[in-house]
Design a binder for this molecule. Structure first.
Ligand SMILES: C[S@@+](CC[C@H](N)C(=O)[O-])C[C@H]1O[C@@H](n2cnc3c(N)ncnc32)[C@H](O)[C@@H]1O
Length: 321
């Protein structure tokens, strides 16, 4: 269930985004119950190489990862930001439990449905795991992480979620994360690497239409939650990739001149034919960009783990002291 505050925030952010020039909607609102289900389909489609690559890294390098996380007998706390269905993380968690590692797992997710399903699954699949799920917006929860001091804290930010920020905003976010960390803590981030344009474009605009449905779900969500009359057939999904900057960007484009009324805002918005609503950034990186990001935000790279095709990289960071 959404709180009154969350509803007001959605209302406020929608007003701000659709009143801007150019228009935008925040990708944070993709994940209502319907959106989370569509995203699970996306993760399982053959074009979405990101899941397979990160899964391969975890399956083949789980012991190295455990060795790097381990902090003597004191153990560690794993905190995962935007955990989703935990499909890949479970591979690591199972291995850690089988190796009798002394650790706890705290998944954080903005979606209540996602977090309760994950906890239920973990109880069934890894009964010996110590788990405490946290429902909420990680932007708001980060500062409270500083108080978790009894064990080494390891913050996971997987699936190249970091790519949803612009490079500038990533630095701001990482500095905020760094301030929530103590000197022995670690940050483990998934980065999608630059690769052939067509592979990237297919992952974000698949022939089966899952990614289009995911993007259009934003308008469906505004219709149901904010009482509006978007005609989904009057918009289409577009993905654009620029290989130099590594920016992959998603848009919803108006097929016709049209007006849409959002009753809860008491406001009508005009869309010209061809007008774009920016909905999501999926930044792609090379290793130099990752090194620069770590440097700018006050971290040192401990180790990089790559899949065999070098499509994806998990990078383990410690504080630069
Ligand atoms: C792209 S999915 C990735 C899930 C998982 N990390 C993975 O790699 O498979 C993003 C997840 O983050 C959650 N999420 C998005 N924005 C969030 C926020 N601001 N605070 C907490 N969770 C968020 C969504 O509900 C969703 O489950």
């Amino acid at each position: 269930m959404e709180t009154e505050n969350q509803k007001n925030e959605f209302l406020h952010d929608t007003l701000k985004g659709l009143s801007s020039k150019p228009k935008y909607l925040s990708s944070k609102y993709f994940y209502d119950e319907r959106g989370s289900k569509i995203f699970q389909d996306i993760m399982r489609m053959p074009e979405y190489y990101l899941t397979d690559c990160e899964l391969e890294i975890f399956k083949t390098q789980q012991q190295k990862i455990l060795n790097d996380f381990t902090n003597g007998p004191a153990g560690f706390d794993v905190l995962e930001l935007g955990a989703g269905d935990g499909m890949k993380t479970k591979v690591l968690l199972k291995h850690f439990v089988n190796q009798n590692a002394n650790f706890t797992y705290s998944p954080v997710d903005i979606s209540g449905t996602v977090i309760s399903q994950l906890i239920k699954d973990l109880k069934n699949e890894i009964p010996h795991l110590q788990v405490e799920g946290l429902k909420g917006d990680y932007f708001k929860m980060i500062s409270s992480f500083k108080d978790k001091v009894s064990k080494r804290k390891i913050i996971l930010f997987l699936g190249s979620n970091i790519g949803n920020f612009s490079l500038e905003d990533s630095v701001g976010f990482l500095i905020k994360l760094r301030k929530s960390m103590n000197k022995n803590d670690l940050l483990f981030i998934g980065f999608d690497l630059k690769k052939e344009n067509s592979l990237i474009l297919d992952a974000y605009n698949d022939a089966g239409g899952h990614t289009a449905a995911f993007n259009l779900n934003l308008l469906y969500r505004i219709n149901t939650e904010l009482d509006s009359n978007f005609d989904l057939d009057n918009f289409y999904h577009e993905e654009v990739y620029d290989a130099d900057s590594g920016k992959a960007e998603s848009f919803l484009i108006s097929k016709v001149d049209q007006k849409v009324t959002i009753k809860k805002l008491n406001k009508t918005f005009s869309f010209a034919q061809g007008e774009k609503i920016f909905t999501e950034m999926s930044q792609k990186f090379d290793i130099r960009m990752v090194e620069e990001l770590a440097e700018k935000s006050g971290f040192k790279i401990v180790r990089n783990y790559l899949d065999k095709r070098q499509y994806f990289m998990n990078s383990l960071w410690r504080l630069k002291l």
